[in-house]
Write a protein that binds this ligand. Structure first.
Ligand code: HEC
Ligand code: HEC
Length: 441
């Protein structure tokens, strides 16, 4: 024990307070409004899904599924199914819903698995995003920029084809124009008296219903996410602040492995444990895919954004704050446990081949109401040429060799990144929302 304490003292202590947008404490009125909007199905075309459906406090800001069941599904978390009603889901969402922890850190420069939302000085809005020039220039931070998009996606929130006006505008690609998705949603909010009062209380540039834009809603949602799901109160943070008893001796050795022999901090570094860069590590591909490759079941990752062949199969290094809470893992949620995804990192090329050859999926299949779509959760991409291409894209990755004790110590360190306040997130769910819609489902 003595020896370990000495070792700990000898390690460089680099932690300072993490830098946060709004110093990590956005305006309370905005946070409270954002909490309601985040949980209100009012923001979806068919009023049947909210942000919280896929990022729920009770599923540690995810949905517990490998691949989300979007608009039209029924139920919450791992019991959600693809629905059988009029608006049953048409397609499975092709990527895992990532956690929403620590996004208020000023180190966050890229959002989404492929980084398609990006902070960019010199652009009128300050950001690069799928909306291009249409992005309003009143968005306060990168988290607010992200919140502009789920409502424009047919599979996530807008609904399909001609099911409703918002779905129609989304299908036509009309986001910012007259009659576009964002204007239609603003009108909905303007017509709800309770929301109008809350927007007036939260924003100095809103003095009557007509002033409300969807960008205001996005700013409020971001304030809530940043405030509620800040995650820098972990044993690791206590340790870095000089409390050497805060982490177990296993976690202390695990930290040294993470930063040394295991090479993890080559990519997972900084206060958010991500370099915000893109790497090919041969993560298995399951589900319907993004339409890439021969069978359309592939996902070319960062290449989809840059068109640069060097970016094939690269994905953004995930933030590891609270990672012990946020299973399943990988951009399609292919791994059920933290141990499995870390084991993948030991030898990614072998791991993806083994995953394919196993024939059975690690993920929990969901309810059988629409078996064709439910089953997609479990379909491993069987186009072997693509699997080999993913494997070879990871050829720059240096395999890691750890003995079983070291492996456990590395896992113990990852557990030390769990914020003590985030173990119970029940208070982040409101009791009701201004639209009067139910919070369940
Ligand atoms: C149908 C499920 C679904 C719904 C509803 C949904 N999301 Fe997501 N969310 C996802 C998926 C899937 C991704 C990853 C997409 C990608 O990377 O291509 C994501 C990504 C994100 C991210 C990026 C996290 C990161 O680290 O890059 C944030 C933040 C987020 N969503 C917040 C929201 C907000 C706010 C709403 C409501 C306005 C919302 N989501 C609605 C599924 C959903
Ligand atoms: C070359 C860069 C790189 C190195 C080195 C690296 N990782 Fe990763 N890691 C990534 C990328 C990129 C992903 C996401 C890949 C994807 O989803 O396709 C990832 C995913 C993860 C995940 C899953 C997180 C989630 O939310 O899905 C964990 C856990 C993880 N890494 C831990 C580690 C550990 C522990 C080490 C050291 C053994 C390590 N990583 C080394 C780049 C790296």
């Amino acid at each position: 024990m003595k020896k370990l304490a000495f070792l700990a003292l000898a390690l460089p202590l680099t932690a300072t307070a993490v830098d946060f947008v709004d110093n990590g404490t956005p305006d309370t009125a905005k946070v409270e409004l954002g909490k309601l909007l985040f949980h209100d199905k009012f923001l979806s075309g068919n009023k049947n899904i909210s942000c919280a459906t896929c990022h729920h406090a009770l599923a540690d800001t995810g949905d517990g599924l490998s691949l989300p069941i979007g608009e039209g599904g029924v139920g919450l978390g791992v019991t959600r199914d693809t629905g059988s009603k009029k608006h049953a889901v048409h397609e499975r969402v092709p990527r895992n819903a990532p956690p929403v922890f620590m996004l208020g850190s000023t180190e966050v420069t890229h959002i989404f698995h492929d980084g398609r939302v990006e902070a960019a000085e010199g652009f009128p809005s300050g950001f690069i995003s799928p909306a291009g020039q249409d992005l309003p220039n009143t968005l306060e931070n990168i988290v607010a920029v992200q919140a502009m998009f789920p409502v424009t996606s047919g599979a996530e929130m807008a609904g399909q084809g001609s099911e409703n006006h918002i779905a129609k505008a989304a299908a036509e690609g009309n986001l910012a124009g007259p009659g576009g998705v964002w204007e239609l949603l603003a009108k909905r909010l303007q017509a709800n008296d309770e929301y109008v009062d809350l927007f007036i209380g939260a924003f100095s540039d809103v003095s009557s219903a007509g002033d409300i834009t969807y960008a205001h809603a996005a700013n409020a949602i971001a304030a809530f996410e940043i405030d509620a799901w800040r995650a820098d109160n972990s044993p690791y943070d206590d340790y870095m602040a000089g409390n050497y008893n805060a982490m177990s001796s296993d976690a202390i050795v695990g930290k040294a492995l993470f930063e040394g022999k295991a090479g993890c901090s080559n990519c997972h570094n900084g206060e958010i444990f991500s370099d915000m860069d893109f790497h090919a590590i041969a993560m298995p591909q399951i589900g319907p895919g993004k339409g890439d490759g021969l069978g359309g079941r592939d996902d070319f990752g960062r290449f989809r954004e840059t068109g640069d062949a060097n970016d094939m199969y690269k994905f953004r290094t995930p933030i590891l704050r609270n990672v012990a809470l946020t299973a399943p893992y990988g951009h399609t949620g292919a791994y059920d446990t933290l141990e499995d995804v870390v084991r993948h990192h030991m030898a990614p090329q072998g791991a993806i081949r083994e995953y394919r050859d196993n024939g059975d999926c690690y993920t929990k299949p969901v309810m059988p109401s629409r078996s064709d779509l439910d089953a997609q959760d479990c379909v491993i991409m069987d186009d072997w040429a693509s699997v080999e291409a993913i494997a070879s894209a990871a050829s720059d990755y240096t395999p890691v060799s750890l003995n079983p004790t070291e492996f456990d110590q590395l896992i113990a360190f990852l557990h030390a990144l769990t914020d003590k306040g985030d173990i119970d997130l029940r208070s982040d769910v409101p009791r009701s929302v201004p639209s009067g819609l139910t919070l369940a489902e």
